[in-house]
Design a binder for this molecule. Structure first.
Ligand code: ATP
Length: 616
C-alpha cells in the first residue's frame, strides 16, 4: 500500500511525463487579467482607475506630509508654525480620505466583478465539456484534466482573481511610495529597493517550497478525495454497510491521511522557516535603511522633514510590499490550478465536435456497417472488430451476446456517439464521418443501459428526451408515459408530474430502479425518431412493465427502425434479424429459428435460459 501511494496506478501524471514548474508572475496574472476584462469591462476599468487613484493619493499624501513637517520644523512660534502647516495638514487628511474612499470603492467593484467572473469561467468550462466527443470521456487524460479544472481550477481561479486585484493594488502602493521617495531624494529609491530584497527573497523561496510540496501531495490529496466520496456519498453508502466495509475505509483513510499530515507539516514548517528568516532579514534591512537615512541627515544631504517623511514612506512601502508578497505567494500556489483550467479549455477546444457537414438523412432507408472496428482510447484490445451488417428501415434488429462482447459499444457506434476507428458506417450510402453530428444525433433515440436520473421533476425527466419539442397539453408526454407503463409511477408520486425526483433536495422523492427505468423508456418514446436503440431497456422492470414495453416495441415495428440489446433471448424471438456478438465480432446471425438450427452459441444460451434442449 505504501508503495502504491508513492507511485499508484491511478496517479495520472501528464502522459509526456512533463512537470510543471512555477511560472513567471506575468504568465499567471495575464490570463487572469484577460478573464477579468472579458467578464466585466466596467468593474475591471473601475478597479484599475481606483487603484491608480489610491496610489496617487498615497504619493500626494507623502509629499504633503513632507511639507507639513517642513512647516512644523521651521523657525517661529508654535501657533505660527501650526497655522503655516494647516493647508498641508488638510491636504494629508484629504489624501487619506481619498485613499480610503478608493479602497472602499474597489471593494464594491469587486463584489460585482467576482460573481460575473465565476459565471463566465464556469460557463466556459461547462460549454467546453459539453462540446467534446463522447470518446474523450473515455480518455483518462482528458477526464482527469476536466476534473482538475472543475474541482480545483475553478475554485483557485476565483481566489486568483482576488489576489490579482490585491497584487495590482499593492503594486500601486509600492510605486506610490517609491515615487514619493524619488521626489524627496533620488538616493532614497535604491535604498528602499535594497531594503526590500530580503522580503522579496522570502516570498519567492516560500512559494517555491510550497509549490514543490503541493506537487508531492497531489496523489495523496486525490486519494483522500476518493475516500471522502466513498464515506459521504449516498450511492456507495448501502453496499458499503452491507459489506461491513466501514472499518476498511476508515483504516485506509488513516493510512493516507497520516502520510498527508506528515508531508503538510514538513512543507508548512519549511515555509514558516523561510518566512521567519525573511522577516528577520527584512527587520535588519529596515534598520540599515534607517541608519543610512541617519547618516544622510548627519551629512546634511537631506532635510529633517524629508528624512521624517522618508521613514513614513519606507513603512508605507513595506506594508504594501507585504501585501504584494502575500498576493504573489498565493498566486504562485494557485498558478498550477489556474493553468489546469486554461489547459483544459485549450484541450477541449482541440477536441471539439465538428459542427459542419452534410445533414444526415431525415429517415434513413438503409444503415450499413463495413468492416467496423472500434478501440477505446488507451485500450490495447479492440472492443469491435470487422463488423459488417445492414439494417433496413422498419426492421427490428437484436444484438445479443455475453457480457463485454461489444453490444453497447456497437450501439453507440450506430448512434454516432463513437466514430469507428476502422471501417465505415453509412446512412443511405453516406459515410456518417462526413455528416453533421448534430443532425445525426437528431435522428436517433437511445435508451441507455444506465439512464440519467435527472434531478428535476418527473415531467422534465420525460421531456428531456427532446426538451424543445412543442407539446401543448402534454399529450405526447402522457402517451409516452402510458406506453412505457410510467403513468402508474407518476400517479403514485406525491405531486404527480411536478414531483421533484432527487433526494439531494428537501421535499425530493426517490424512485426504485425499475420506476426510474420506466421514466427512461417514456423519455425515449417522447423523443421519437426514425432509429430507436434500446440497450437493455427492461433489465430492472417487473414482468408487467416488461410486457408493456415489449408490446410497445412490437407496435413500433415497421414504423421505426429498432435496435434492441438484451440478454433475455425470449424477448428477441420476433426480431427480423439477430446478431450474436462474441469478443467484438459477429459470431452468428440470422432469425431466431435460423440461429437455433445452427446449434451454436445462441442455441446454447437459449437452452440455458429456457431450460429446454437446444432444438427447433
Ligand atoms: N469506456 C471504456 N473504456 C475502455 N474499454 C471499455 C469501455 N467500455 C467498455 N469497454 C470494453 O469494451 C468491451 C465491450 O464492452 P461493451 O460495454 O460494449 O460490452 P457489452 O456487450 O455491452 O457488455 P454487457 O452485456 O455487460 O453490457 C469490453 O471488453 C469492455 O471492457
Amino acid at each position: 500500500m505504501d508503495e502504491e501511494l508513492v507511485t499508484p496506478y491511478w496517479h495520472l501524471e501528464r502522459p509526456d511525463g512533463a512537470r510543471r514548474t512555477p511560472r513567471q508572475l506575468s504568465a499567471i496574472t495575464l490570463p487572469v487579467l484577460r478573464l477579468i476584462w472579458q467578464s466585466g469591462r466596467r468593474p475591471a476599468l473601475t478597479i484599475l482607475v481606483l487603484q491608480l487613484a489610491a496610489g496617487a493619493a498615497t504619493a500626494s499624501g507623502l509629499l504633503a506630509t513632507a511639507r507639513v513637517l517642513d512647516e512644523l520644523l521651521a523657525a517661529g512660534t508654535a501657533p505660527d508654525r501650526l497655522l503655516a502647516a494647516a493647508p498641508g495638514l488638510a491636504l494629508v487628511a484629504a489624501m487619506l480620505a481619498l485613499r480610503g474612499a478608493a479602497e472602499a470603492a474597489v471593494e464594491l467593484a469587486r463584489a460585482r466583478l467576482e460573481p460575473a467572473l465565476r459565471r463566465t469561467a464556469e460557463e466556459r468550462l461547462f460549454a467546453a465539456a459539453l462540446g467534446v466527443q463522447l470518446t474523450d470521456f473515455d480518455d483518462a487524460d482528458f477526464y482527469d484534466g476536466l476534473h482538475r479544472a472543475r474541482d480545483r481550477g475553478l475554485f483557485h481561479l476565483d481566489r486568483a482573481v482576488g489576489n490579482t486585484i490585491d497584487l495590482l493594488g499593492a503594486t500601486c502602493g509600492v510605486t506610490a511610495a517609491v515615487a514619493g521617495l524619488a521626489v524627496l531624494h533620488p538616493l532614497l529609491v535604491p535604498l528602499l529597493v535594497v531594503g526590500m530584497i530580503p522580503e522579496a527573497w522570502a516570498v519567492l523561496k516560500a512559494a517555491q517550497r510550497g509549490y514543490a510540496g503541493m506537487r508531492s501531495m497531489v496523489t495523496l490529496n486525490r486519494r483522500v478525495q476518493l475516500l471522502a466520496e466513498l464515506a459521504t456519498e449516498r450511492d456507495p453508502a448501502g453496499e458499503l454497510r452491507a459489506c461491513q466495509a466501514e472499518p476498511y475505509v476508515l483504516a485506509e483513510y488513516r493510512q493516507v491521511a497520516d502520510l498527508l499530515k506528515e508531508k503538510e507539516t514538513q512543507v508548512g514548517l519549511s515555509m514558516a522557516r523561510v518566512r521567519t528568516a525573511g522577516r528577520a532579514m527584512a527587520g535588519l534591512a529596515m534598520a540599515g535603511v534607517l541608519a543610512v537615512l541617519g547618516l544622510m541627515l548627519h551629512a546634511g544631504w537631506i532635510a529633517l522633514a524629508a528624512a521624517g517623511t522618508a521613514v513614513i514612506a519606507v513603512r508605507v512601502a513595506a506594508a504594501a510590499l507585504r501585501q504584494l508578497a502575500q498576493a504573489a505567494n498565493q498566486l504562485f500556489e494557485q498558478s498550477l490550478y489556474v493553468a489546469d483550467y486554461h489547459d483544459f479549455l485549450a484541450d477541449a477546444d482541440r477536441r471539439k465536435r465538428p459542427s459542419r457537414g452534410t445533414a444526415a438523412p431525415r429517415s434513413p432507408e438503409r444503415i450499413t456497417l463495413h468492416g467496423v472496428g472500434f478501440t477505446y482510447p488507451g485500450s490495447l484490445n479492440p472492443a469491435l472488430r470487422e463488423i459488417d451488417l445492414t439494417i433496413h428501415a422498419g426492421q427490428t434488429i437484436a444484438l445479443v451476446g455475453e457480457n463485454g462482447s461489444g453490444k453497447t459499444t456497437l450501439a453507440r457506434v450506430l448512434a454516432g456517439l463513437y466514430r469507428p476507428t476502422s471501417g465505415a458506417v453509412r446512412w443511405d450510402g453516406l459515410d456518417t464521418a462526413g455528416l453533421d453530428p448534430y443532425t445525426l444525433a437528431d435522428r436517433v433515440v437511445l435508451v441507455p443501459q444506465h439512464p440519467v436520473r435527472w434531478p428535476h421533476d418527473a415531467r422534465t425527466n420525460v421531456r428531456m428526451g427532446r426538451h424543445d419539442r412543442p407539446d401543448p397539453g402534454d399529450h405526447a408526454l402522457r402517451e409516452a408515459a402510458s406506453l412505457a407503463a410510467a403513468d402508474d409511477v407518476v400517479a403514485g408520486m406525491p405531486a404527480g408530474w411536478r414531483t421533484l425526483l432527487s433526494r439531494h433536495f428537501r421535499g425530493g422523492h426517490e424512485l426504485s430502479a425499475g420506476q426510474w427505468q420506466r421514466l427512461a423508456v417514456a423519455r425515449g418514446l417522447f423523443r421519437d425518431g426514425p432509429l430507436l436503440i434500446w440497450d437493455e431497456p427492461t433489465a430492472p422492470l417487473d414482468a408487467k412493465a416488461e410486457y408493456a414495453v415489449y408490446e410497445t416495441l412490437r407496435g413500433l415495428a415497421g414504423e421505426r427502425t429498432v435496435l434492441l440489446i438484451t440478454h433475455r433471448l425470449t424477448s428477441v424471438r420476433h426480431a427480423d434479424r439477430i446478431y450474436l456478438l462474441h469478443q467484438g465480432r459477429i459470431a452468428e446471425e440470422g432469425t431466431h429459428e435460423e440461429l437455433l438450427a445452427l446449434q451454436g452459441r445462441y442455441a446454447e444460451l437459449y437452452a440455458l435460459q429456457t431450460g429446454k434442449p437446444a432444438r427447433r
